[in-house]
Every structure is written in structure tokens, then in C-alpha cells.
Design a protein around this ligand. Structure first.
Ligand code: SAH
Ligand code: DHB
Ligand code: MG
Length: 238
């Protein structure tokens, strides 16, 4: 990329950020519990990679749209997205969030308690590929949010399909990646993360049980969700 391209891209990103701030101020206003969950990442020296408020609202709407009672998250961090998701559930609903780091799990639990959601949401510690197979008795889930190790996204998709009901939404974060994870032509320098997410998108796009779309949705407009509706094989794309 030459200097002119870089400047052009920067101004496009600035426009996306301005629009996203306005959307957030109108539609995705955070309350104290959400602000505290986001702030907890800084306070505990965790990466600042929670979803955006607008993405939180989007996730919440998808969960409500399917009347979700039973929700699954893979990758809790500080519990920010878990608060948005758990708030979409009825009082007797349940969110299970899988997290590899004991420290992150503790921070997420305290974020959820602060939001008054300790009863509704539970964080389980372990590598997701080991904890997912233990969830069969608690399935089916009505909504699954995938946001953990990008290299393992294809495995997460397999489990999400196994553990969800027809009519469920499977949503994955960071699947746009500046367009890098949306095309077969991955250069030699593509990371294992990008390769994992490309494979996820490829499967999500072609699996006859899924009706899927990647949607740029983060603050920069350069990253976003892949949203998949679980349907019966016959109905998916007709
Ligand atoms: N969903 C959160 C952000 C998640 S960041 C939010 O938007 O608020 C990704 C999280 O996945 C990190 O906390 C990381 O520790 C966790 N993670 C990484 N690899 C994992 C694995 N193999 N199994 C479970 N969790 C994992
Ligand atoms: C990373 C992970 C995320 O889930 C995210 O939203 C942004 C960045 C990362 O691992 O760098
Ligand atoms: Mg993410």
C-alpha cells in the first residue's frame, strides 16, 4: 500500500468510527455495569478486545428474535458480551460462557454479578475444545456466540451445530478481518488465525444447514460478525 492508499483508508476508518459513535450514542448506550465490564479489561491488564456496544445490541436483538432461553458463549474475556447476551434472556434463561483463562473467568464473573446476572450466567473454565463436548446434556442452545481462539473456529462451528436447535443463531466475531478472511486467496503470510476464520466462513457459507452472512459491524468497519441461521437442510437456501 502506498502513502495515498494509507491516507484514504485512514479517512474511511475515521468515517466508520464517527458513524459507529453516533449509532452507539443513539442505540447502544452502555449502563454502569457495561462500562465497568469494559473498564475491567484495562484495570486487570487484559486485552481491550470486547465487542463494541453496537455489536452488543445486535447480539441481544438476535437472541431476542429467536426467543432464546439457552445461550452459549465461547470466549468470555471480562464478561462484556456476556452481559449483553444474558440480558436478552428471560429470568429463567441461562447463559454458559466458556473461557480458557481462570483470571478472565473471575473478572467475567464479577462483571456479571455487578450486572445482577450471577444467577442467569455461568462461566466455565477450560479450553473450549475440551468443555464443548461436556455440554450435550445442557443442549440445545438457541444462540451461540463464538469469540475465542480464531484457529479453532472451524471446530467451534461443528460443536455449535451439534449443540444448537433448528432456528438458532450462531454468531462469530472477527470474521471479516479487513476482508482477509473472506476469500480463498490467502497469501503465504496469512496467520493461522486468518486461515481458521477463512475456513469458518467457507463452511458457514456452504453448509446446507446454514443461512449465513458476514456483516462488518465493529467500530472500524473493517471487522465484524458472521451470522448463521440454523435451518433444516432443505429449507436453508431455497
Ligand atoms: N466475548 C468477549 C471477548 C472475548 S476475547 C467480549 O466481547 O466481551 C477472547 C477470549 O477467549 C479471551 O478471554 C481468551 O482467554 C479466550 N480464549 C482463548 N482461547 C480459548 C480457548 N481455546 N478456549 C476458551 N477460551 C479461549
Ligand atoms: C483479538 C480477538 C478478538 O476476539 C477480538 O475481538 C479482537 C482481537 C485478538 O486475538 O487479537
Ligand atoms: Mg472478538
Amino acid at each position: 500500500m502506498n502513502d495515498q492508499d494509507t491516507m484514504q483508508l485512514r479517512s474511511i476508518v475515521e468515517a466508520h468510527e464517527l458513524i459507529d459513535r453516533r449509532i452507539e450514542q443513539l442505540f447502544g448506550v452502555e449502563d454502569e455495569a457495561l462500562r465497568a465490564a469494559r473498564a475491567a479489561t484495562r484495570l486487570h491488564c487484559m486485552p481491550a478486545i470486547s465487542i463494541s456496544p453496537a455489536q452488543g445490541r445486535h447480539l441481544q436483538m438476535l437472541a431476542r428474535a429467536v426467543g432464546a432461553r439457552n445461550a452459549l458463549e465461547i470466549g468470555a474475556l471480562a464478561g462484556y458480551s456476556a452481559i449483553w447476551l444474558a440480558r436478552a434472556l428471560p429470568d429463567d434463561g441461562r447463559l454458559i460462557s466458556l473461557e480458557i483463562s481462570e483470571k478472565h473467568a473471575q473478572v467475567a464473573r464479577s462483571s456479571l454479578s455487578r450486572a445482577g446476572l450471577a444467577e442467569r450466567a455461568e462461566v466455565r473454565v477450560g479450553p473450549a475444545c475440551e468443555t464443548l463436548p461436556t455440554l450435550t446434556a445442557e443442549a440445545p442452545f438457541d444462540v451461540v456466540f463464538i469469540d475465542a481462539d480464531k484457529r479453532e473456529y472451524p471446530q467451534y462451528l461443528e460443536w455449535a451445530l451439534r449443540l444448537s436447535r433448528p432456528g438458532a443463531y450462531i454468531v462469530a466475531d472477527n470474521t471479516v478481518r479487513r476482508g482477509l478472511a473472506l476469500a480463498q486467496e490467502l497469501g503465504d503470510e496469512a496467520s493461522d488465525a486468518t486461515r481458521g476464520v477463512w475456513e469458518y466462513n467457507r463452511r458457514a457459507a456452504h453448509d446446507p444447514r446454514l443461512l449465513s452472512l458476514a456483516v462488518p459491524s465493529d467500530e472500524s468497519g473493517l471487522d465484524g460478525f458472521t451470522i448463521s441461521l440454523v435451518t433444516t437442510a432443505r429449507a436453508a437456501k431455497e
